[in-house]
Design a protein around this ligand. Sequence first.
Ligand SMILES: Nc1ncnc2c1ncn2[C@@H]1O[C@H](COP(=O)(O)OP(=O)(O)OP(=O)(O)O)[C@@H](O)[C@H]1O
Length: 241
Amino acid sequence: MAGARLSLSDLSVHLSDGDRRFVLETGVLEIAAGEPVGLSGGSGTGKTLLLEVLGLLRQPDPGGRFTLHAQGREVDLRAEAGQAARLRGRYFGFVPQAGGLLPFLTVAENIALSQKITDTADAAWIGELIARLGLAGLERLTPSALSIGQRQRVSIARALAHRPLFVIADEPTAALDPEAAETAMGLLIEAAEQGGAAVIVSSHDLGLLDRVARRRVHLSLAPAAPGTVRSVLAARTEAAA
Ligand SMILES: Nc1ncnc2c1ncn2[C@@H]1O[C@H](COP(=O)(O)OP(=O)(O)OP(=O)(O)O)[C@@H](O)[C@H]1O
């Protein structure tokens, strides 16, 4: 959708469990619908945490700016935190690491689920996703009859079925072999672009991220007070790894 975007400025998330403190700082980040963005960072730098904030699954600390521009309207996500569940269902799709499919539903039913929940039935778009993601012929099977790669492609179709503006994918190819990972990641980006959605995708495979996403942002640890781990988001630099 033209002009739709998610804008963050100086958000932070503080976690603490007594002895340990962790702080995530976003700086400025803008994600426009239709744009693929890769997210990298070492283990424990807060990739999942950041994706939870971006997907409106977790409230950042007070302060900073966090806005969603959609359908010609700007929503201040700080001021309208109570709207998060509704906005999430309508504008966001999620591809979890292990697929997250419902085992008692068929492939077709799993894919149609997000349309059903958001009351946006569109059989033609589901048909197109099934064809694009190479799932034709598998529609009536349940997830247990599929390979892990096939399940992940169903999960991608399900995340896109209700035509979200933003697709959040947390290491969606971690369980796949390198060839299947390359295929699934390419299909995720391609199908999302076709549907006009932004994809924010994390992975430890930097080569793969850079092959599929035009832009990569990176979380890296920064100096902090003793006892605190501080992770800061920045545009990718050559030294990032
Ligand atoms: N209650 C807490 N108190 C302090 N630190 C915490 C708490 N809960 C989680 N953390 C830390 O928050 C950080 C963020 O974890 P997160 O899962 O987002 O990282 P990640 O980059 O996705 O890691 P991975 O690549 O290993 O999946 C971790 O370093 C974790 O140890």
